[in-house]
Design a protein around this ligand. Sequence first.
Ligand SMILES: *Cc1c(COP(=O)(O)O)cnc(C)c1O
Length: 376
Amino acid sequence: MRPIQMVDLKTQYQHIKAEVDKAVIEVMESAAFINGKPVHDFAAALGRYLDVKHVIPCANGTDALQIAMMALDLQPGDEVIAPSFTFIATTEVAALLKLKPVFVEVDAQTFCIDTDALKKAITPKTKLIVPVHLYGQASNMEVIMQIAAEHNIYVLEDNAQAIGCDYRFSDGTVRKAGTIGHIGSTSFFPSKNLGGYGDGGAVFTNDDMLADKMRKIANHGQGKRYYHDLVGCNSRLDTIQAAVLNIKLPLLDQYIAARQKAADFYNNAFKNVKGITTPYVAAYSNHVYHQYTLVLEGIDRDGLNQYLAEKGIPSMLYYPVPGHRQEMFASFGLSQYELPVTDWLTQRVISLPMHTELDQQQLEFITTSVLEFVNK
Ligand SMILES: *Cc1c(COP(=O)(O)O)cnc(C)c1O
């Protein structure tokens, strides 16, 4: 049996090695390392895949969030609502820009922002909502967009974990996660569902003005070379990364299907097991399983993590400390927060290996080992 990893990028590379190597060597031969043709080709191809008007590539998913927030004319102290149960980048960027992160609860089943909690958190200072499509399932975007419209608030979808995910509106319309809010952001970090071989990211929007502004912000605020209209940053997707992503984008749906197949195997093995809750998939979204995350009740989570490790099976706790308990936000009055669902999940979630290369033998070994521990 091949060693089990959380993400097996080596095996995945072996399947696409010939194409990737050729594309990367072409970049080196062209010496167009910055803003080469593959960058433009990739932005156009991703735009077609997502059915969104503008894709602006940048250096990573954290920059993507920053570029998006910089484009929205927010003032210091403006409030940015985001779930507490997410990767730190979402709210870190808000604090960096002198905005005030406001942490809200997530739904216990979907792990995404709780829309009732969201409504209650809105104040006259709220200017932005950042739903995070956690683990690969879209947040309840129809409701979020209604709330945002009522209060005239921007929505930035943090789509780093859910690229390719489909959101279904109540009228049956289907749109890609990340293209429903005013702006969507994503990451091409190697382990993401569409990962490069280094850092990368992008923002997308259907709004021409926001697109123009974000394009400038990512490039030192310049429209015309050496004429700087606004303060920006330097955030680019490498041509080499774009060349890799151009090979991987056409495979994304196939990669998602492989993840869903592994998830089905897990779901089957764990259904009706007392104390294990398998991922819930809401009617309005499909799931692209960036992570496969169980909730354990009455099972020693850290003990299971340890037991699996001893058998050579990695498992991860995403995320052990929620935003509203992070030291970096100490100046934002964290003691005011009571987020019982977030705290509850933090104690009980465990993510199993999830990637495109899991085979039957590995999946059987993982599930058997989990059940061994549970039935001990
Ligand atoms: C990975 C991730 C990011 C940041 O992406 P980087 O490319 O690592 O900067 C932001 N938000 C979420 C939810 C993520 O999972």
